[in-house]
Write a protein that binds this ligand. Sequence first.
Ligand code: ZN
Length: 341
Amino acid sequence: MNGISDTLRTSVIEYCSTIGTDPLLVQGAGGNVSWKEENTLWVKASGTWLAESAEKDIFVPVDLPHLRTAIETGDFSVTPRLRGESALRPSIETLLHALMPHRVVVHLHAIEILAHLVRVNCHTDFLSLLDPSIQWAMVDYHKPGPALASAVGTALTQNPNIEVIFLRNHGVVMGGANIAEVSQMLDRLTAALATVPVGLCNQPRPSLTESSHCDQYIPAEDANVQQLALNAELFNRLASQWALYPDHVVFLGAKAYAYTTWEAFGEEHNGKQELPELVFILGNGVFVKPSFNKAKSAQLRCYYDVLARQIPCLPAEGLTPAQIAELLNWDAEQYRMNLSK
Ligand SMILES: [Zn+2]
């Protein structure tokens, strides 16, 4: 490896550990980063955390000409070929990185951007909010994998100068010659799209009240997350605006278990062996089973951050039942979730 490549790798790793610890930019194992080095695409491995890039080897080398040949023939289902041995699998979003012509590609589910991408009118909003010098495109929601890669491929064919691709109900892909360029772009986007989250209610810490099921649950630790049950407006969104983007569904399931009282929860679950891992009780709190892991906690915080930035009275647009189902039957995502436990 020559000096330039070493410098690039170092700057990528440094950048990943910085953004990886900011919950407004990266949530758990979400997001991925890559750089290209001659015939190799170095891409984040599936299930690994960007925040751990300095301590662990989270990047895997993939054969770039092999992917480009597949893309040229319209084969977006191609399985990336590793260059050398690795126990890790390349990210399920590897093709997005190969499609972008840039040396450095960063894909994130950044909150300030995602909060807009779940709104019906996000395209019109972006036209007025973003600096016209930014070359961007927006693609509709597609399941991560071949379908999404194909849509991104079409957008890039229509405008090869694109540097930013917004993925509706998902996130953003940015390309640049180096980390400084991409970092600057992310700063511009998040500044232009920044919104004010709803404030915290001054309510006491939730406590478990009388219920035969309470011994299975503990209050979620994050005070912001508690707002999902304590703030009536956020609570009212849980039923119809739950499945807003893929990682949320994969980690937290297809529906919210939200109830007006513990009694109402009891009525639905009395006699059932399996109780939900995450429960919302209006005005009482958000409760989890002790098995609720840190990857799920990160996703739940992400959901609060997105919901708290929605416009009152304007519903966020979620995934359809068919889109939810195809996400939950996906082996590659199951693999990633298990790795993140
Ligand atoms: Zn993604």
